[in-house]
Design a protein around this ligand. Structure first.
Ligand SMILES: [Zn+2]
Length: 477
């Protein structure tokens, strides 16, 4: 059975508009982008679809310079290796998005990474991405590696008994990994990979009205997820995509989303007909240092898979009804969030600002630099004391000039650098180089701890798996 979806994708006609907060829909080519430079870059990228990079993207240089992530020549391209600091950042993001999604009301599950190639429910799906999946052989059967959590979660939903009283019902999995055999020429650092970590939530809804209601809530949920991670609203652009038919029936619904939730103009793509399972969908897209865009958060209303997988609920009359399903990734792939954070910092750096990771993700939050050997013990004591308060502190105990140690801590984007000498030990007041403000401040350790605790409130904490002494740490890159 060959899917028509691919052929339909070629036939569908896309039109591009900008919808502003006054509800005015303007053809993208006629819109005055004056105050919306980032949206212009995003619209250009989407409409022209020039995907290839001419130079190495900045985040690839940074992921290696900061010793976070690297290519792995021993694996299939697009499967990456994470060094301890990269693993730490990824793990914090994974925990954050998962905790936040469970808090939003989703029930966490775990599903297999491989599925029967011959399963009737998958055939259409597989045909949409010919040659884009890994095939695994087991006995005489072929299995494909999942490229999302849809398969496993839909099979769970198919077997579940659900009542209208339990809807909307949200199911969540952080897939580590999902696999997609992207063309080797398209593989790009942390932006496009063959193995990626996807927070994936699916919501079973009753009516389309309930699905639309949930779509708006999840739009706001995605906004809050990106904001807490440290990606500001000015740093991403929304694309909302739907069929002309959906637009004519749901104008107010879309207008309300842009006017009251997004509160800035959005790129609109309309389709002449529904060529795939979703209508509508939105994504939040980040524009990188080379003016290329990438989708982070996304939500889609699915009109096909409830029938394909026979996912039903019992309505108030006791009758079985097909559900409407939403797909949502609250943040997009975790790797891509790291890509976005690094690219956004590269842009800041180009504008003369100092790059840094959000404090809650900084692998080292505080670096102690002893003025001389006799101050070493104090530094170690301070760093351990901070460790007990869930702050990642370490000590540069190497035999090197103090200036060099400070310079290297700056190159590692350390948010707080404390130089510790006689004066600091006697007075109890530290001279702290604060990266964010570029200033030196005299503050006590407990005050510094309090500052860090305040700035990381509500975010997951983790200690570093790297040694406390810098001399004990290997160089990975
Ligand atoms: Zn899905």
């Amino acid at each position: 059975m060959q899917s028509n979806a691919l052929k339909d994708e070629e036939k569908v006609k896309s039109s591009w508009y900008i919808l502003d907060t006054n509800g005015k829909l303007t053809e993208a080519k006629d819109f005055d982008f004056g105050k919306h430079e980032n949206l212009k870059k995003f619209a250009d990228y989407e409409i022209k679809k020039v995907r290839a990079y001419e130079q190495i993207p900045e985040h690839i240089k940074l992921m290696r310079k900061l010793q976070l992530v690297d290519y792995e020549p021993g694996s299939d391209p697009g499967n990456l290796r994470y060094y301890p600091n990269g693993r730490l950042i990824k793990s914090l993001l994974e925990r954050y998005v998962t905790d936040k999604t469970i808090h939003y009301g989703a029930e966490e599950v775990e599903t297999p990474i491989m599925y029967d190639y011959e399963h009737p429910a998958f055939k259409d799906y597989l045909a949409r991405f010919p040659a884009r999946h890994y095939i695994i052989k087991s006995d005489d059967k072929d299995f494909f590696l999942r490229f999302s959590a849809c398969f496993g979660q839909f099979l769970i939903m198919h077997d579940a008994t659900m009542s209208y009283k339990q809807l909307p019902l949200k199911i969540y999995e952080l897939t580590r990994y999902s696999f997609r055999r992207e063309k080797s020429g398209e593989l790009t650092g942390l932006k496009r990979m063959r193995a990626f970590t996807m927070p994936d939530m699916h919501t079973v809804c009753g009516s389309l009205e309930q699905a639309k209601d949930e779509f708006v809530k999840q739009f706001e949920f995605c906004q809050s997820v990106l904001a807490s991670i440290g990606i500001e609203e000015s740093e991403y652009e929304a694309a909302i995509r739907f069929t002309e038919e959906f637009w004519s029936n749901n104008r107010e619904f879309i207008l309300d989303l842009v006017k009251n939730k997004l509160k800035k103009p959005a790129l609109i793509e309309t389709w002449s007909f529904r060529y795939a399972y979703f209508d509508p969908k939105f994504e939040f897209n980040v524009v990188d240092s080379m003016d290329k865009a990438s989708a982070l958060s996304t939500v889609q209303i699915d009109h096909e898979n409830s029938k394909r997988y026979d996912i039903t609920y019992v309505d108030s009359q006791g009758k079985k009804e097909n559900a409407t399903i939403l797909h949502c990734s609250p943040s997009g792939a975790i790797e891509r969030v790291i890509y976005a954070l690094l690219e956004l910092e590269a842009i800041k750096q180009r504008k003369g600002r100092i790059p840094m990771l959000p404090l809650w993700l900084s692998p080292t939050q505080v670096r102690f630099v002893p003025v001389s050997d006799k101050h070493m013990e104090h530094c170690i004591k301070f760093a351990k004391q901070m460790g007990q308060r869930d702050i990642r502190a370490n000590v540069d105990d190497r035999e090197a000039m103090m200036d060099r140690k400070i310079r290297e801590a700056e190159q590692d984007w350390v948010p707080y650098i404390c130089v510790v000498g006689d004066r600091e030990i006697e007075s109890g007041s530290m001279t702290v180089r604060v990266r964010e403000s570029k200033k030196q401040e005299a503050i006590t350790l407990s005050k510094l701890e309090e500052m860090i605790a305040n700035k990381t409130t509500g975010m997951p904490k983790a200690s570093s798996s790297m040694p406390l002494l810098i001399s004990k740490r290997p160089t990975f890159v």
